[in-house]
Structures are given as C-alpha cells and as structure tokens.
Ligand binder design. Structure first.
Ligand code: ATP
Ligand code: MG
Length: 373
C-alpha cells in the first residue's frame, strides 16, 4: 500500500492535532476509514474523555517510524487529551508467524522503553503484556464461536501475514490472530483503536464479534472504531510497508548515524526532480512524506523545495529531519535503558491492572452466557 494520507479537514484545535496534521491538502483520495477517522477527530476534540483506547504492538523488534507516525503519536496525543489509554504488548502473537519467539524479554523491555520515551505516561496509561492477563485470553473461546472459518480465511491481513510468514505451514494461531485481537480490544471495553491501515480488517473482525456477542448474549461490549493517523501506511527503505520483521525499518531508537546509513540505502527511482506523487512514485513520495511528517509540513511543498536537487538532496533533508525530530526521544530512551528496574516495574504494574480488568470482564461474560454455577 502506498503512503496515502488524507486531506481530511479536522475540527481538532492546533495543540491537539494528529501528527502530520499540516499535511491536509494532499491529493490522495480519502477512504471511508479515513472519513470516519476525521469524524472521530471532531468528537475527540469535543470530549476525549469519553474514549477508551486500546492498541498495541508485537514484541518482534524495535518500534519504527511507521509505528510512530501510524499510531504511537496518536496514543500520546489521546492520552494527553484525557482519554483512557491501554497499550498492549502482544507477546503471544509473536508466534503467529514464527516457530519460536526469540529474545522476547529484550523486545518487551525495548517496546516499554520506546513507549515511555515518546511520552506515554504510566501514571495515566496502562502498559501490559497480554500473556500476563489470563482472563483476557479466556475471552478467545466464546469469541471463536462467533466467527466462521471462511471469515478468518479471507481476512486480508491474515493473508498478508501468511505471505510474509517464516513458517512452512500456517499455524492455528495465525488464523485466530484477529479473534485474539478482539479479546485484546474488548477485555477493557475499548471504543477506539488507533492503528495503521494494515490493521483495519482486524478491527472489522472485533466489531463483528462485539455485535454478534450482543445479539446472542446481550450488551457487554462496545463496538469499537479504528482511528487512522495521517500516515496510515508508511513505506520502508525497500518500498514495501515499513515493518519490524522485513528488514526495511528505521527504528525510533536508531542512532543518527544508523539513520543516515539506512536512508542513504533507501530505494528511489530514476526521475531526477523530486515530486510528491504517492501513486506514481511510492518510494520517493514516502521519503518526502517522512521528512514532511518530521517537520510538520506539507509534503508537496517539501518536494517542490528539493526539486532538481534529486535523490541525494532528498535523502539529506530526510536524514536531518528525522534526526532532529527524534533527538530528544532518543536521549530519553537512552536514559531509560540505564534503568531497566524502573521499566520492568511499570510493565508489572500494568500487567496487574490489566489482569484485574480482564477478570471483571470475564465475570460479566460468564454471567451473560449463563456460566455462573
Ligand atoms: P511485524 O513485522 O512484526 O508484524 P510491524 O512493523 O507490522 O511488525 P505491528 O506490531 O504488527 O508492527 O504493528 C503495530 C501497530 O503499528 C499496528 O497498529 C500497525 O497498524 C501499525 N503499523 C505497523 N507498520 C506501520 C506502517 N508502516 N505505517 C503505519 N502504521 C504501521
Ligand atoms: Mg505487523
């Protein structure tokens, strides 16, 4: 998918605008999910406290700039606007597309450091791993009964994950991935899920499960909405979706030198003048977009200024913009890396809080299903 961004008008005040909000005016057509997100932004601006947010990441590697502009910046913004935020470390889901979850503890701690470094405040936001909330995982059983096997088989995100899987055959966990995600979202009754575009089909499964559960057993869960940012699908250095596990990502925690090296090696094309045209020139446009997001500027203007400078001038602009935008975050992250005891305590406290909420939701589910004996 190209790095499409929306020109959606937003009613959000300047200080609460989504990352890259000055990108409004782009030529990309708006999808229905982007239109819905623009409406949700107006509601967020009116009263963010009526939203309960759940979103998260797989601990498969360091968080990258696609995460930051696709969903992480939104989490911090919503937290700061007064929404209740839950950040999930989806450790079981690491096993959906690989046999063993290597370096799991390192990755979990790395994610937690990234969250704290970008501004997630553990006093207001719960950071937890879903393996540590047993009752959350138990929701999987009733939820699985609410979806058919063909519905899971035709899920586009599952198909894409299978295409990039490292396994010779597809595990059952891969097919239950979207249902597990429904348990992640619904255990805390979240009504808003800030995600990248790749996750939209999964959120659709959660919505379907919430509706079907209500039809069969009564109203326990809200039907949550996905919230897209202005960069719902940032591309990596090879022109494919920037992903932790595809070797094409620039990590939030990368050094300035690593960032320069990765951007230097990024794919471009043979046309010299730099333009912003995501459909026709996805790789060049994605680099332009990255600079624009870091600078909070319009990508078409950024491209026009570079113009005949070509790919090398573009890469120099992107490198400088990324390194400047992330300097303070990277410094904070380095400090956190020196205090692993603190980071671990935050995750443990989050685990305990999430587990309490999951127990209470599971009791409601059992009652609704007539399973209190
Ligand atoms: P993996 O390769 O292990 O699947 P990933 O990079 O795809 O890792 P996830 O943990 O699957 O990351 O996704 C975490 C969140 O970040 C999801 O909400 C997803 O939609 C969002 N996201 C991931 N990659 C991008 C991207 N390139 N642009 C925008 N959002 C993204
Ligand atoms: Mg992924």
């Amino acid at each position: 998918m190209t790095a499409a961004i929306t020109g959606a008008p937003t009613a959000a005040p300047a200080e609460s605008r989504p990352a890259g909000s000055r990108l409004a005016g782009s030529l990309a057509p708006m999808s229905s999910a982007q239109r819905r997100s623009a409406m949700l932004e107006a509601e967020i601006a009116r009263d963010a406290s009526r939203f309960r947010i759940l979103t998260g990441d797989r601990p498969t590697g360091a968080l990258h700039l696609g995460h930051y502009f696709g969903t992480l910046a939104n989490r911090v913004r919503l937290q700061d606007l007064g929404a209740e935020v839950f950040v999930l470390i989806a450790d079981y889901q690491v096993l959906t597309d690989r046999d063993v979850a290597g370096r799991l503890d390192d990755h979990v701690m790395g994610l937690a450091m990234d969250y704290l470094a970008i501004g997630i405040d553990p006093a207001r936001t719960v950071i937890f791993a879903h393996s540590a909330a047993p009752a959350l995982n138990q929701l999987l059983l009733p939820f699985l009964s609410l979806v058919s096997v063909p519905e899971l088989q035709r899920n586009p995100t599952v198909k894409d994950e299978i295409a990039h899987s490292r396994q010779s055959s597809v595990s059952g966990l891969m097919f239950t991935y979207p249902v597990h995600q429904a348990a992640d979202i619904l255990f805390c009754k979240a009504n808003l899920v800030p995600v990248g575009a790749d996750q939209l089909p999964h959120v659709e499964v959660t919505r379907m499960i919430a509706r079907r559960f209500a039809e069969r057993y009564g109203p326990v869960f809200p039907v949550p909405d996905a919230l897209l940012s202005r960069a719902p699908a940032l591309l990596g250095t090879d022109g494919g979706k920037m992903s932790k596990s595809r070797g094409n990502a620039i990590a939030i925690s990368a050094t300035a030198d690593e960032t320069a090296r990765l951007i230097k090696g990024a794919k471009t094309d043979s046309i010299r003048p730099v333009t912003y045209d995501p459909a026709a020139r996805p790789e060049v446009s994605s680099l332009v977009l990255l600079a624009a997001l870091c600078l909070d500027r319009d990508p078409a203007q950024v491209a026009a200024e570079i113009g005949d400078g070509g790919a090398s001038a573009l890469k120099a602009t992107v490198t400088e913009a990324v390194n400047e935008r992330f300097a303070a975050i990277r410094a904070r992250r380095a400090e956190l890396a020196g205090d692993p005891g603190y980071v671990r305590r935050i995750v443990r406290e989050g685990n305990a809080r999430a587990s309490e909420i999951a127990n209470s939701t599971l009791n409601e589910v059992r009652a609704a299903m007539g399973m209190i004996y």
